[in-house]
Every structure is written in structure tokens, then in C-alpha cells.
Design a protein around this ligand. Sequence first.
Ligand code: AMP
Ligand code: GLY
Length: 436
Amino acid sequence: MNILLLGSGGREHAMAASIAKSDKCSKLYIAPGNAGTAQCGTNVELKLDDFEGIGKYVLSHDIRMVVVGPEAPLVAGIADYFAGNEKLKNIALIGPSAQGAQMEGSKDFAKQFMQRMGIPTAEYKTFTRDTLKEGQKFLSTLKAPYVLKADGLAAGKGVLIIDNLKEAKQALKEMLDGAKFGDASSRVVIEQYLSGIEMSVFVLTDGKHYKILPSAKDYKRIGEGDTGLNTGGMGSISPVVFANKTFMQKVEHRIVQPTVKGLHKEGINYKGFIFIGLMAVKGDDGTLDPYVIEYNARMGDPETESVFPRIKSDVVELMQAAWEGNLNNIQLEIDERSAACVMLTADGYPENYRKGDIISGLDEVGESIVFHAGTKRTPNGNIVTNGGRVLCVTTLSNSLPTALLKSLQAAETIKWKGRYYRHDIGQDLLRIAIDQ
Ligand code: AMP
Ligand code: GLY
């Protein structure tokens, strides 16, 4: 069948590479894609908020499956648009309805859902402009650090963690005033600070059954040792060393099952990926307990770049089963090896950065895989930088240290003016592995 994948980042290149490998995929289109996705299929100029344009393209190109990479079209209701259109309703749209995407689009919605389903998460309260004073009083009852979250989508930047009470009260006021994050913070969730190690779990669901995909950990800060500004993600590894069988059983029983059951029970249409951001917190008995930090209605970026290469099963078959409601009949086969992904970024990222620098060394990465994130092919055939996160290098190996080392070696051979990458991706987990 012909397939359309929406998005343009490293996540989409990794998904496109797996989709293109499937026997079930005839033609793959990626909108808008990048220079990397162009190696897996045909890039198409479509705007992700133009559902009508996307629908027309789907019909005129005999596309039978649409895979939605980023959250914005989901929150804006692309699945509902397809479901409500006579000609499009039978196209397999992989991604939740707008209501399902509220799991990501509204922190308050997600917190209320978790509370109803008894899913472990930090204690919280939600405040609006009218309840600013109560919010400030609530902060006084908590211990530092204070966690303040803009309710709506804020490009991954809507969470503030503040050590000082006075500053936290001021930040709450600025968020509710709209001075910070605009409309996204017209409601603010204040929650208990959880101390532990973060990781991500990915689930594919057909709304009733589910498959748990490989776990991963991403590295959000720009600087080594997790310092400096937040980014879209500077690298990822999969699997996560401490997420052993016992821990993953807790995740499945306490979080994945009640999440999928809860969505079903509440009549929320959800056929697609669920990204569960977790904090692993040491419990009284000394073992790790999972708490949900956030849900996302899509795969993670750059987690997908280490998760998808480990999926041995046919991903188109998996997604088709998610659409048809028979994921329970499908076997999920995972590559036991470790994957390490190192992101290469443009000079200045995550603040102002340059575009248009010529990239060299792309063919000298040995067995590593290069996923493009922000790249473009110029008319004279050069591949140039076209985003803050430019490329990511993933290596699979029997051991995580080897995977990391090979990805770093490959990263070093790829060059452009001012390219930057972190050398310490995964090092924290190697230390945990030694301690265990
Ligand atoms: P979120 O956008 O909800 O994933 O939050 C962004 C980041 O803030 C997370 O990746 C965590 O590092 C941190 N964070 C969010 N909530 C908490 C919490 N309750 N306790 C500690 N850290 C948190
Ligand atoms: N890597 C975090 C995200 O995709 O939101």
C-alpha cells in the first residue's frame, strides 16, 4: 500500500527508514520531510495544518495509511477530520483523536485522567488567573523545588522547576498573566517534585490491546553533565539499563494497562503511539517504582532514533493491526542489542543558530546509521544544515558502551562549521550498570 508520513525531523527519518523496509509498503511519501527522508521515499510539500490539502493528496495518490509524527496535527484533530470524511474514514490514520491527544495537549487533562485511573503520578493542583492567590498559598505548603507546568503545548518548554519560593510565586503570576508561554499557561499545574531517574516507555495501541515497544532515555540539556539550556533532545539510548523485568512489570500493571483501559472506558478514540515519560523513584523497599511525569500522543524525538531500529517486526504490519484493532494477534520482535543515538546540532542551538552550512563526512560512518533531523539538499546536490538539531547518529551493538563509542566516532567524522554534540550520552546509565 501507499503510505504518507507527516513530519520532518529525525523521528520521521527513523520511522521512514523502518516503513520503507516493509514488504507492505509500495510507495512512501513524507510531508514535508528532509534530505534524509528523501532517501526512503518522496518528500511532498504539504502543510501539516492543512487537513483538506492532506486529504486531497491522500485520495489522489491512492494512499491507504497516514502516520502522524508530531503532536500538533493530532491536537488540532487530524484523526477526527479523517474519521468525519466519507472518503477518508477508511484510511488507516495512525494517531489519536483530538480528545486522545489531550493527554499531551493539556497537563490538567492528563493529571485528572491519571487520578481517575489510579495511575501513579506526582500530587498536584491546577490554578487559573482567578485562583492565583490560592496557587501562591499552595506553593507555600510545598517543599522546594517547585514544579510549575503550563497546561497547554509550549514546545517542550512549559515546565519550570524553581528552588526559591518567592521566585516560584512570581513565576506563577507571570505564567497565569500570559507573559510567559502566552495562552498555554492560562492554566498552571503545580505538582510535587519527584526525585529519581527519568526514562520513557512507548506503547502502540489499537484502543484496546497494546504492545510495549523498547524503553529509552533521552538527554535534554545542551551541555555535558546535563547542564545548560533545554533542547529538543541531544541523544538517546535504548534499552534503559535499570528498566529490568521487575520494573517493566510494574510499568505494565500500574501504568500501561490502566492507561489503555482508561482510554477505552472513557470512549476516547486512540489508535496510535503513547509516549509515557516516567520517573523511576526509589521506594521504601529499595526497589524502583514508576511515576508518570507526562504523556505524549506520539513517539519521542530523539528516542525514536534508538527505539525504531530495534523493532525487528514489520512496523507497517504493526500499525495496520493498530488501525484494525487486532494488535493482540501480532508478535512484536525486538532486537536485543543496545542502540545509542548522538545528536549533532548547529552552532548556537538551542538559541539562534545558523543554517545553510555544508555537511561533509556523511558516507564515512561505518556501520552507524545517520538519521537526518534538520537538513536540506541544495539544487547543486550539497546537503546543508537546515535546523538546530541537524543529524543524529545511531549505532546498534551487543553492548551499550560499544554502541556509544561507535556513535561518537561516527559523529566525529561528520563535519560542518560549528557542529556540536554531547560526548556523555548514556554515561549516567553506564555508571548505574557498574553500581548494580
Ligand atoms: P514534562 O514536559 O512534563 O515532561 O516536564 C519536563 C521536565 O521537567 C521533565 O522531563 C522532568 O525532567 C521535569 N519534571 C516534570 N515534572 C516533574 C516532577 N514532578 N518532578 C521532578 N521533575 C519533573
Ligand atoms: N524527547 C522528548 C520528546 O520527544 O518530547
